[in-house]
Design a protein around this ligand. Sequence first.
Ligand code: GDP
Ligand code: IMO
Ligand code: MG
Length: 426
Amino acid sequence: MSAVVVVGAQWGDEGKGKVVDLYAPYAELVVRYAGGANAGHTLVVNGEKLILHLIPSGILHEQTKCVVGQGTVIDPAVFLEEIEALSARRVATDGRLLVSQRAHVVLPHHKLIDGLREKKSNEAIGTTKRGIGPCYEDKVARRGVRMGDLLDIEVLRGKLDANLESWRPVAEDLGGTLPSAEEVAAQYAALGEALRRYIGDAAAIVRASIRAEEKILLEGAQGTMLDIDNGTYPFVTSSNAVAGGACAGAGIGPTHIRRAVGIAKAYTTRVGGGPFPTELEDETGQLLRDAGAEYGSTTGRPRRCGWLDLVALRHAVTVNGLGELAITKLDVLSAVDAIMLCVAYELDGERLDYPPYERLEAVQPIYETLEGWDEDLSGCRTRADLPAAAQAYLARIEQEVGCPIGVVSVGPDREDTADLQDPFGA
Ligand code: GDP
Ligand code: IMO
Ligand code: MG
């Protein structure tokens, strides 16, 4: 049992990138298992910020191998840009970064259709317009183009012809014009050529790592409430963000997974549409947005902000089988006076401890009010260093969701961390 999954326990942007960067020194291999360039994972080291969309957040630790698994969808131009940005920072990727030949390729028309649908729909999902939905649609319809296909222009051209034809009625209906297969084939074959040494049998690396009993970190994207099967459908992404998605997306059996660590902010944010029971559309919400710099890492959109929702978190503990929580952005709560904690929902006069199926927009949060604190937490390195009110807040979360808290993050920088421990430990 040598693998640990790092999974978003809320609606994404919980700080998975930071936690993976903290855990990576304990691992030999880091694998991204789902999603695509809709993700934006931020790493801050000595005040220097790096946002990764596709490359695993372990990449700054040069002894760690990084793999992008078959469960992901890849925009090859974004992947290349990230390699170049790392190279400009003198981070070597050659020989330690590989993307699965089976990962699906996000094509220009996927982004076109995603954008047109968002514009046309009355009930827009608020996607990142990175072509994620249409790309996964192609995958499930078994007509997708995969990273390995980029390495042979004839194969690529044939697949593109068929693929574009299947989208033609959709594009026409939305008033869009599809690019020509020839144009896309030339552009994407060139990208394939530029990425040739990074495309290969990622599953073989994972297999060898398992056999060698290496420690493997499985990096999730998005979050539990955005999972296609366990989230707030249809306001979700198009993949399995939950810990279970790591098995299929990285090619690893559940019996190899030692532990799933859920990452949760000390409050809640959501980008895009869909229900959000604890949302604060008032000054306090704005205070959290300002104090937490809550603007999307990928799209720059302001994130919707609200109190911590323990009903959603309990759901995350269950569906991911969380053995531990990592709480991030505790420092941000220094900006508010009293803190409200949603411990249950009320729906039709009934108290609910778990989210109701398809009726999340109708629930009323039941809050407990806790004492706040106003100290700067960024220098705290253990829970004992935190003000008593912050310690009490964490203890209340643990008690309500039945899951211990390990790491506590008190600032964006790698250093601003309390109680970091080896996630592969006992
Ligand atoms: P991810 O998608 O889960 O990796 O999270 P994002 O990178 O999209 O968003 C998290 C944001 O919060 C980033 O800007 C991080 O630099 C920042 N961040 C992470 N942990 C902390 C923390 O403990 N305190 C503060 N103030 N910011 C944090
Ligand atoms: P990370 O990995 C936050 C949201 C979008 C939208 C919905 C569907 O950084 O936590 P999509 O483009 O996937 O079809 O959009 O999912 N979304 C995210 N929200 N963090 C993310 O990733 C997200 N990836 C997608 O805002 O509501
Ligand atoms: Mg993010």
